[in-house]
Design a protein around this ligand. Structure first.
Ligand code: ACO
Length: 421
């Protein structure tokens, strides 16, 4: 008989099955808790709640492990392209050469958006945050591509996935070009998916553009490292919105809004803003190290520490190397980046940070690369969204294919008892 977990309540004993995942992580199956006991659970922030079973991403925060469909991110960053990783996440296996070629053909066919979407973009002020614009444009896609996905139809689902993979980079680049006052680019179908992202962001109308291999390689790694992170805030949002059978584009649009917040994808922007503030204050890194350690000071060193990774963030190791390569290749000499290096050096040898296992996280270095590439700070979270898209699609599809019930948590009511007027 499989293992059970016992709960005693009012002298009565209840048993609940113990679930075991593929990597031996264990959980209590409480599906029948309320029916058996009348109780619900209370878990703010879902810190102890497994919201689903998933075959997509495995993460071990203690050991610093992150794997997509069983492959380590170290291996994937070394040997795969972002599009191959997107295929892996969404369809379950790395594509064969033939499957990848077909995917490229399908994406090229869909690499256009209705010109009327430009009027939606035009109506935003230049000062609008690109994440708000991107969420709106992604919602706007629904109006121009109105077919809803019949989840039972493989071809329907594939069509929606291809459309989103093809059109999302175009919309993302448009949010950047709008801020910069540049003409809106389309994909160049002779380029790879990753090259096209650089091309659509950076190609100027009056100049040829050829992305440096170091830049494309760093972008490729950044996109892969952000591609999925199991049940994080934006992914859980995508799944819960989709659980009401809202469509893929609508669910992803909601995910973009969730990612926007500074406690989630917005942290990469916060890192650069912190570095700018330190520079404006004279660049004294020691002063800010003291502030970070002072318990009476709310200041925290942004880009350090992680809720899940308590040893090191495996993504940060990879991206630090890429950041060094990009800075060398581009010959960047930026005082803000010197401040970043100074903080990093001091924090890594400071007992406060060592004792608390506070290491630079992926956001510390990703902001540095984006800045070196000339991407405006408020675009950083859009770059994150570009990377996270395959994860959102994969998680949405898995949720629908598993026919998961609508997400609808309970609560502990703490308001007034019955009152009369
Ligand atoms: N600077 C200074 N001290 C810190 C920092 C920091 N960045 N992070 C944690 N600490 C200290 C805390 O004050 C606490 O000290 P104490 O034990 O003396 O009280 C100890 O380290 C543990 O911190 P917690 O807040 O309990 O750690 P938690 O896991 O809850 O927080 C978090 C993780 C939110 C990421 C935190 O480290 C932080 O705020 N970092 C800065 C923001 C950031 O970079 N966020 C991006 C994360 S990556 C991502 O989301 C993609």
């Amino acid at each position: 008989m499989s293992e059970k977990v016992k709960l005693t309540y009012k002298d009565k004993e209840y048993e609940f099955p113990l679930l075991e995942g593929a990597e031996e992580e264990k959980g209590i199956d409480i599906k029948t808790l309320r029916a058996q006991t009348g109780l619900v659970t209370y878990d703010p922030g879902y810190k102890n709640t497994g919201s689903c079973k998933s075959e997509i991403t495995f993460l071990d925060g203690e050991e610093g492990i992150l794997r997509y469909r069983g492959y380590s991110i170290e291996d994937l960053c070394e040997k795969a392209s972002f599009l191959e990783v997107a295929y892996l996440l969404i369809f379950g296996n790395l594509p064969t050469a033939k499957e990848l070629a077909l995917l490229n053909i399908e994406i090229r066919k869909e690499s256009l958006v209705d010109e009327d979407l430009k009027s939606i973009l035009k109506s935003f002020p230049k000062s609008a945050h690109p994440m708000g614009v991107l969420s709106s444009l992604t919602s706007g896609l629904i109006a121009f591509n109105p077919s809803s996905v019949d989840i039972a139809s493989e071809s329907d689902l594939r069509e929606a996935i291809i459309m989103l993979l093809a059109k999302f980079p175009i919309l993302s680049s448009w949010t950047h070009r709008k801020v910069k006052g540049l003409p809106l680019n389309y994909a160049n179908t002779s380029l790879s998916y990753e090259d096209n992202i650089a091309h659509m962001l950076f190609k100027l109308p009056h100049q040829d553009y050829e992305a440096s291999p170091v830049v494309v390689s760093a972008l490729n790694k950044l996109l892969i490292l952000h591609a999925d992170h199991e049940q994080n805030c934006s992914t859980s949002t995508v799944r819960i919105v989709g659980s009401s059978h809202a469509g893929l584009f609508a669910s992803v649009s909601a995910g973009i809004s969730a990612l926007w917040g500074p406690l989630h994808g917005g942290a990469n922007q916060a890192v650069i803003e912190m570095l700018e503030a330190i520079k404006a204050d004279g660049g004294d890194t020691k002063k800010y190290m003291q502030k970070a350690k002072d318990k009476n000071d709310p200041f925290r060193l942004m880009g350090f520490g992680h809720r899940v990774y308590k040893n090191f963030d495996p993504r940060a190791r990879i991206i630090k190397k890429a950041a060094d390569e990009v800075l060398n290749e581009l010959g960047i000499n930026d005082p803000v980046l010197d401040i970043a290096k100074g903080l990093e050096k001091e924090a890594l040898s400071d007992p406060y940070f060592i004792d608390r296992k506070l290491y630079p996280n992926v956001d510390f270095y990703s902001g540095i690369i984006y800045r070196a590439l000339g991407i405006p700070t408020e675009m950083f979270t859009v770059m994150f969204a570009l990377g996270r898209l395959p994860g959102w699609i994969a998680q949405w599809s898995e949720m629908r294919k598993n026919n998961e019930p609508i997400g609808r948590p309970r609560q502990i009511y703490t308001g007034e008892n019955h009152r009369t007027i």
